[in-house]
Structure formats: structure tokens, C-alpha cells
Design a protein around this ligand. Structure first.
Ligand code: MG
Ligand code: MG
Ligand code: MG
Length: 306
């Protein structure tokens, strides 16, 4: 029986590249595995897979009766809907410990680093398996994406060393240039419907019983949103109502200015000020230095809702 290796809903490059890289490693050590995904590829991930010659992993949403290795999260809200009917054999992740539980022992690789692929590289080293050139390429790109080319406060020296080692294996001389090319792909938002943008990198969290949706768009220059900000706000407002959410926040992250503008729709008018010390003006607030949802947005919000 093969194990399905799968990342989170609305998969990002870490979830997709991590599933491919980990499934390859598992197959090499005699544990038959299949990379899978829970959703469509983002334009960034499509760019990465095309560059290194990979097909998208198998699209599969139901895992009842299967064995599953979870990548890049440990949250029920981000896992397959029927995960309770599957057997979780392992988790590789770099987020806060979530609420997935198991009834059998499992293999856990959880580290406070910038990317799941950095941990997967540690797994290759642990097992003494050589990383093929093309897999090194996609792993490297996933780390550059998750760490915002090392600018994110989630980035560690382990991530930087890992990218340097993978770049050498992949034969990429200027990995920062490739990283910028990826963020240029991410910045091309013109002509994309508001809902598609809001959902591109969207996660629901359960915070003390409150369903909170947080989306993030990372771009090179926030001016790309000037003409569509009102549309984005109308859309997150609709999304809040549709999903019975307590709040929906959209982070518009400027990776060059190194900060994020938050668009906020919430029932709790004081929430943002309690969490971040600055109040919204017309449901918007600029947070200087904020690049990371997992480190600079979620914990503060969770505390404010405790
Ligand atoms: Mg992710
Ligand atoms: Mg990740
Ligand atoms: Mg991210």
C-alpha cells in the first residue's frame, strides 16, 4: 500500500514541492509513496514545476482508508476533509503545532525553520539519500518562497545553508535572481478576479472557537493593488458572511518595503488594536516590518482572542 504525501489545502510551493521531494525520498528508502495535492497550483508553483520539468502531483481530496504523510501544517482546517478516516503516518512541518491527532504512532519532523523543504533536506541527509538535481531545484525554490528570499523573520541559518547546498546540486548560480523571478510571477495580479486573489494563499484558523480566515498576497510593489483594493475588500466581506467567519484578514505584503497592509473585516472592532497595538482606519492598517503570517500575525491574533 502506498502512502500519500500531501500538503495543505490551497497548496503553496512548499506543500507541492515538499510532497514531490518527500515522496521521492520515501520511495528511495523502500516506502512506496505518491505525491498528492488538495488544490490547484498557484502561478508561482506552476512556474517552479515548469522550470524544473515536473508534472503537478495527483489531485486527490479524499483519503478515507489511506495512509497519509502530512506536509507543511498540522491543522484540521487545512487537512483533507476526511482525514479522520485516514491513518496519519507522519508529519513534516514548520508551523505552530495544530490540532491534528492520531490513534497510532507516527513519524514527526517538526522544526522552527523557514520552510518544510529545509526539514525534508534534513531527512535526505538523515537517510543518506542523494537529492536529484531537479528535486534540489524545486526544494530550493520552495525555501526561497517561504522565507521571502531570506527576508522573513521565520528564516534561519539552516534555511540559508540549505538553499546554498541545493543551489549547488541544482546548478543554479544566482538563486536570489531566480527568487525575484518567482516573486515577479506572484506580483502579476492584473486581470485576476478578486476572489481568486483572496483565495490564492488563504488559510482558516480556529482561534479559541472563532473561525478566522487570513489570506496573504506577497508582491514586489503594493501599487499593483491600487485599483482593486475596494474590490478585494468587498470580496473578503462576502467571504466572511459565506463561511460564518468571525473575521477575515487579507495581508497585502510588500516584500521590498518589508511590511504589510492589512484589509480587515471583523465583528470585533477592537481586535486589530489589541493584537498589533495599532487601530484600523477604514478597515485598513499598515504594519511595518510584518512579512510572516505564521510568526507576526497568527500568534498575536490568537492571544487577542484568548
Ligand atoms: Mg504552506
Ligand atoms: Mg511552508
Ligand atoms: Mg507563505
Amino acid at each position: 500500500m502506498s502512502v500519500y504525501v500531501v500538503g495543505h489545502k490551497i497548496p503553496d510551493s512548499d506543500s507541492i514541492c515538499g510532497a514531490i521531494a518527500l515522496a521521492y525520498l520515501k520511495n528511495q528508502i523502500g516506502e512506496p509513496s505518491i505525491a498528492a495535492r488538495l488544490g490547484d497550483l498557484s502561478p508561482e508553483t506552476a512556474f517552479i514545476l515548469e522550470k524544473f520539468g515536473f508534472e503537478a502531483p495527483e489531485f486527490k481530496t479524499s483519503y478515507a482508508g489511506e495512509e497519509v504523510f502530512i506536509v507543511d501544517h498540522s491543522e484540521l482546517t487545512q487537512a483533507p476533509d476526511d482525514i479522520a478516516e485516514a491513518t496519519i503516518v507522519g508529519i513534516v512541518d514548520h508551523h505552530k503545532l495544530g490540532d491534528l491527532t492520531t490513534s497510532t504512532p507516527l513519524e514527526c519532523w517538526i522544526r522552527p525553520v523557514g520552510c518544510s523543504n529545509t526539514i525534508i533536506k534534513m531527512m535526505y541527509d538523515f537517510h543518506g539519500v542523494a537529492i536529484p538535481k531537479d528535486i534540489a531545484g524545486i526544494m530550493m525554490c520552495a525555501i526561497l518562497s517561504d522565507t521571502v528570499i531570506f527576508k522573513s523573520p521565520t528564516c534561519t541559518t539552516a534555511d540559508i545553508k540549505c538553499v546554498e547546498a541545493l543551489a549547488e546540486i541544482a546548478g543554479i548560480e544566482d538563486f536570489k535572481e531566480l527568487g525575484m523571478d518567482m516573486f515577479k510571477v506572484k506580483s502579476a495580479v492584473e486581470g485576476t478576479p478578486a476572489r481568486d486573489l483572496v483565495m490564492r494563499d488563504f488559510k482558516d484558523f480556529n482561534m479559541n472557537g472563532n473561525k478566522i480566515g487570513i489570506g496573504q498576497l506577497e508582491v514586489i510593489d503594493l501599487s499593483v493593488f491600487d485599483d482593486i483594493k475596494a474590490e478585494l475588500e468587498a470580496d473578503i466581506s462576502a467571504l466572511k458572511a459565506e463561511g460564518e467567519r468571525h473575521s477575515v484578514i487579507l495581508l497585502l505584503t510588500d516584500i521590498m518595503k518589508e511590511g504589510s497592509e492589512l484589509l480587515v473585516i471583523t465583528d470585533d472592532a477592537g481586535l486589530i488594536e489589541r493584537a498589533y497595538g495599532i487601530a484600523c482606519e477604514n478597515d485598513r492598517v499598515w504594519l511595518d516590518g510584518v512579512l510572516s503570517r505564521k510568526k507576526q500575525i497568527v500568534p498575536q491574533l490568537q492571544d487577542a482572542l484568548a
